[in-house]
Design a protein around this ligand. Structure first.
Ligand SMILES: C[S@@+](CC[C@H](N)C(=O)[O-])C[C@H]1O[C@@H](n2cnc3c(N)ncnc32)[C@H](O)[C@@H]1O
Length: 355
């Protein structure tokens, strides 16, 4: 079956031979009408919201380009815009670290490029259930995987938890490896990830172990994986949530120094398996203790910078109130007035590049 894109390219190529502006405009109007018609494609899963959103963005881009052709007054300029659109529809130009087609960069308006992320609702589609205390919202790995990996590449999550990042990598056609200290948590993540459709036949590997002392090179070698192209870490925010009683659990570190030592060891352990010039994302928030703001974010950032990475971005992401805090909103405001502090509303995503 000939795709809608090929049909448009054929029609546009025909226009390049025309010299009558009125005739060209009338054909472009017809193409516009076609683009605005709802899709009859049987493959379009009707309730797949993200697919429908992507289609809407694509036709918005296309309609914008067609309008540009329609308002142009000279035949030369009109043909220039037609040629530009043909190129945009038929060619791809991607960089080394993702599949974003730079010739159609305007189509990606759902990919964030600003350093302030206000993410509203948690995405609960597919296997995401959001029930793990201390998980992150799927939009975080979704954004990062699309910016920093290509389909078929490997992403490593050193603090897997409920498997949010591996569900996203499976969905986006990236292979995923996750390490989780707690067997029960890892087993339940494996089950949840299994529920996600494997449309791109990707591999998912789960390792039960301590990321701060794991021999990552050996673990990859055993699985016939050469290296990874993206690394993500969402460690415990020290002891804010205690994940277990296990001594190796970062949430049980006795002091901030111990916490940073274990975190640093994890950065060291994962370092050899990430390809050079590829990205590492650290998702973490700060902590309040004894009347003082403890900047876990900046402390952990410094640990990474000591270890062969350069800093590419610091993203501030809004932080949804926990249910407890939501019920006590007024009380927290009162405490803030009395205590002279501000209530946490953000966390960080630090982006590093391996030197
Ligand atoms: C903040 S949670 C990660 C949540 C995850 N991003 C999600 O969406 O479910 C941190 C996880 O790290 C695990 N963890 C703590 N210490 C660890 C260690 N030394 N090695 C591996 N995992 C560890 C905890 O059990 C917990 O599940």
């Amino acid at each position: 079956m000939i795709s809608i894109n090929s049909k448009i390219i054929n029609a546009l190529s025909g226009l390049l031979k025309q010299n009558d502006l009125a005739q060209i405009r009338s054909i472009v109007e017809n193409i516009k009408t076609d683009v605005q018609k709802p899709s009859n494609d049987k493959n379009v899963i009707q309730n797949n919201v993200s697919k429908r959103k992507t289609d809407a963005v694509k036709s918005k881009f296309l309609l914008g380009e067609l309008d540009q052709i329609l308002v142009t007054r000279t035949i030369e300029r009109t043909k220039y815009y037609i040629q530009r659109l043909i190129r945009g529809l038929s060619e791809t130009k991607t960089g080394k670290i993702n599949d974003i087609n730079l010739l159609k960069w305007k189509e990606y308006n759902d990919i964030l490029t600003d350093s302030l992320w206000i993410l509203e609702k948690r995405n609960t589609s597919g296997a995401h259930y959001g029930g793990y205390w201390g998980n992150f919202i799927p939009q975080i790995p979704n954004q990062l995987l699309r910016r920093y990996t290509k389909k078929g590449e490997w992403a490593l999550d050193a603090f897997l938890g409920s498997g949010t990042s591996l569900i996203e990598s499976k969905r986006l056609g990236r292979h995923g490896i996750g390490v989780e200290l707690l067997q029960k948590v890892a087993n339940s993540a494996a089950k949840v990830i299994e529920r996600e459709d494997n449309l791109y036949s990707t591999r998912t590997e789960i390792i039960i172990g301590d990321s701060s002392s794991l021999d990552f090179e050996y673990e990859l070698y055993r699985r016939k994986i050469k290296s990874v192209q993206f690394l993500i870490m969402h460690p415990p925010y020290w002891d804010i949530i205690k994940f277990s009683k296990n001594k190796r659990d970062l949430s049980n570190a006795k002091s901030i120094e111990d916490f940073l030592k274990l975190f640093g060891k994890t950065v060291d352990a994962t370092y050899p398996v990430l390809d050079k010039d590829r990205y590492f994302a650290l998702v973490i928030g700060d902590k309040y203790s004894g009347g003082n703001w403890i900047p876990l974010g900046f402390y952990t950032m410094q640990e990474v910078l000591k270890r062969g990475y350069s800093l590419k971005s610091i993203i501030i992401k809004n932080f949804d109130e926990t249910k407890g805090k939501r019920n006590q909103k007024e009380l927290w405001r009162y405490r803030a007035f009395v205590g002279g502090f501000y209530i946490f509303k953000h966390e960080y995503i630090f982006l590093f590049k391996k030197k």
